[in-house]
Design a protein around this ligand. Structure first.
Ligand code: MG
Length: 662
């Protein structure tokens, strides 16, 4: 390995860490305006001098920036980022919010250290999430230790994480343990999603560290060669579909925009633009819902599409995105604002986590700036100070299968968001018919959430618990997961005194679940569940209770809350003779690796002889605690009717007939 005198003179390089990489010049278009000197020196064979000239060019380059770092002189750092930066100096790396405190990766960094066999922990190590905070720390303090350590870790990563591609068969047959270990490691270090993460974030790090003496001309050539490998790896290995593909495309757009000096920059940018323009119509349904049916990924995808528009605006190629693209982004924002609750939290359907108010508001400010004409977005972005409150209440998104009943938009509103849609993609859970319900400041029926994604047996057991159909507010047979998850909407009536949703899912081969939800007088809900088909067994109607005191009674099949915050409900379930009630331990997760215990209850009917199992549940939200008012309900039509339904409820003795005809 050649170590140049200049490097030793600078006194900042660990022996063997950085070498001049002449091939860097082959990757660049040396005819690019501003690179005249670089080209001349390279042509004369003076590559070290050419590298100096190139570094000088980048240190003085203007007019190219990223939405994240528009003005380097105004960089700030949060206490958390400062801690990540300082921890990183000791090789304690912030890898995953779900695994805190962070693990230490050793004095001689072990990039294969995998203390808990959750795939995310191993994958996300390779996102280098602490690098950019180190850049902030460097800019704010001017302390070279951050830049030196970043450059050292950057090179260490390259050296210890070779890209080795062998297919599965070769992998199993090989007796070369080094090759095998490298190939196994490459599955994590070179997964395209992780590569794209680095590709994007290195544009930030480049801006933050470029002025440091640790960013030597030799290092610059290493950076260029490594960056090129990253972009090339993605362009040849784009994920097939889903949010990964979107992330990768958006980050290729960053690469092509931020480094137009690469010969292939135009190709990178075009591939990103083409994929985004194509996928936005595949991954987003015509009603604005993202096809994983996961509110968290929905939000992430809005961000991807938005970032692409912002970097296009900043660097002058907005015209590459047609109007239909921006219209779709606007539809996605409106979808999100409709399904979320008045405190800006999202339903935790599918693999979602809860995104907090502060974060959503910061997104909303950007969205509002991009869509200044949209007075509803402005209303939410300014917390009602400007803009206009939506002039509708209940709203359905029929392609995505999201239905929102509401009687207002304020904190004191009553709102139910129902999920009953198509099959959905990877992050979607088998939960058709489930719902969350907000009343006067609290989410009273929160979803179980997801907790973890994938990993070893223990991790998978937890994942499967949270995904399970039986751990949602819906109907199962023998607690089994659904075989099919393709709900059909039979009726959606979002206006009037009695608003109605009728949705049906062929949950199992021989069992169809029809759920009817009546939103009565904008005050309470009546849910009718009818299970038909030849399947036999215990039909379970599940409700996930909120945390805290939830008294209940088997005598009359009731649950009610006893909260002092003005947000309560009284629930009563009606079924045939012999219906049982069961209480089990349940969980709620609002973030990765975070969970709280609560109660999962079910009402159960033994189904035999092909006879339909039918339940009526009345959920009555109210401010005061306790078991009021009195609730009664019964079927008027004696058996299941394909074409309609008639029931009668009595609230404190007052009769109300409910029904529909298809
Ligand atoms: Mg769920």
């Amino acid at each position: 390995m050649i170590i140049t005198a200049a490097l030793f003179a600078a006194g900042i390089v660990i022996a063997g860490a950085q070498t001049l990489r002449p091939e860097a010049f082959e990757l660049l278009d040396l005819d690019y305006p501003g690179l005249e000197n670089v080209r001349a020196l390279h042509n004369e064979g003076e590559d070290l001098q050419a590298a100096y000239a190139l570094l000088d060019y980048y240190r003085h380059r203007t007019g190219i920036t990223t939405p994240e770092i528009r003005d380097i002189s105004r960089i700030k750092i949060t206490g958390q980022q400062q801690k990540w930066a300082d921890d990183a100096l000791q090789h304690t790396f912030f890898v995953h919010k779900g695994y805190q405190p962070s693990f230490n990766y050793g004095e001689d960094i072990d990039w294969r250290y995998w203390p808990i066999k959750d795939n995310e922990l191993r994958w996300q190590l390779h996102r280098h999430k602490w690098f950019t905070p180190m850049g902030y720390a460097y800019r704010v303090s001017g302390d070279e230790k951050y830049a030196e350590e970043w450059a050292r870790q950057y090179m260490d990563w390259i050296r210890k994480n070779p890209f080795v591609k062998i297919d599965k068969q070769e992998y199993e047959l090989t007796s070369d343990s080094v090759l095998k270990a490298d190939a196994e490691n490459a599955r994590f270090a070179w997964r395209p999603l992780e590569v794209s993460h680095r590709l994007q974030d290195q544009t930030f790090q480049f801006q933050l560290f470029i002025d440091s003496p640790a960013f030597t001309p030799e290092f610059l050539t290493e950076f260029i060669v490594n960056y090129y490998r990253h972009a090339t790896h993605i362009i040849n290995n784009y994920s097939k579909q889903g949010n990964h593909l979107l992330f990768e495309a958006q980050r290729m757009l960053y690469a092509g925009s931020f480094f137009p000096e690469f010969k292939e920059a135009g190709k990178w940018r075009k591939s990103g633009v083409d994929i985004l323009n194509r996928e936005i119509h595949i991954q987003v349904y015509d009603d604005g819902g993202q096809f994983e049916l996961d509110p968290h990924y929905h939000l992430a995808c809005i961000e991807i599409f938005m970032k692409s528009l912002l970097i296009a605006d900043l660097n002058g190629f907005r015209n590459e995105f047609p109007e239909i693209y921006t219209d779709t982004v606007e539809d996605m924002i409106m979808f999100y604002l409709n399904i979320c609750f008045p405190d800006y939290t999202n339903p935790c359907f599918s693999d979602a986590k809860i995104t907090g108010r502060k974060e959503v508001l910061s997104h909303l400010k950007k969205w509002s700036a991009l869509f200044p004409e949209n007075k509803f977005i402005r209303y939410f972005a300014t917390e009602g100070k400007e803009g206009t409150m939506p002039d509708w209440l209940s709203k359905g998104f029929l392609t995505s299968g999201f239905f929102v009943f509401r009687n207002g938009w304020g904190q004191d509103a009553l709102q139910m968001t129902v999920k009953a849609g198509p099959k959905g993609e990877w992050h979607c859970q088998p939960d058709n018919g489930t719902f969350e319900m907000w009343y006067n400041g609290t989410n009273l029926f929160p979803d179980s959430g997801s907790y973890v994604y994938a990993g070893d047996k223990e991790v998978m057991e937890w994942r499967n618990w949270f995904r399970a159909s039986a751990h949602h507010n819906t109907l199962t047979v023998n607690e089994k997961n659904f075989d099919n998850t393709e709900s059909k909407t039979l009726l959606w009536q979002p206006e009037g005194d009695v608003q109605i949703l009728v949705t049906e899912n062929q949950s199992y081969k021989n069992l169809r679940h029809r759920r009817t939800i009546f939103f009565v007088d904008q005050k309470y809900f009546v849910i009718v569940d009818e299970a038909t088909g030849s399947m036999e067994g215990w039909v379970n109607l599940h409700y996930q209770m909120p945390r805290g005191n939830v008294p209940n009674s088997r005598e009359d099949m009731t649950f009610y809350t006893d909260f002092s915050n003005g947000s309560n409900f009284f629930l009563r379930c009606f079924g045939p003779e012999g219906m049982t009630m069961r209480k089990e331990k349940g969980w709620r997760s609002t973030d990765y690796m975070k969970k709280e215990q609560r109660m999962n209850v079910s009402f159960n009917i033994r189904k035999e002889d092909g006879t339909p199992a039918r339940f009526i549940t009345v959920i009555y939200p109210k401010k005061e605690a306790g078991k009021t008012p009195s609730l009664e309900a019964k079927f008027i039509n004696g058996s299941f009717n394909e074409k309609g339904l008639k029931i009668q409820v009595r609230i404190d003795g007052k009769k109300k007939n409910l029904g529909y005809n298809l």
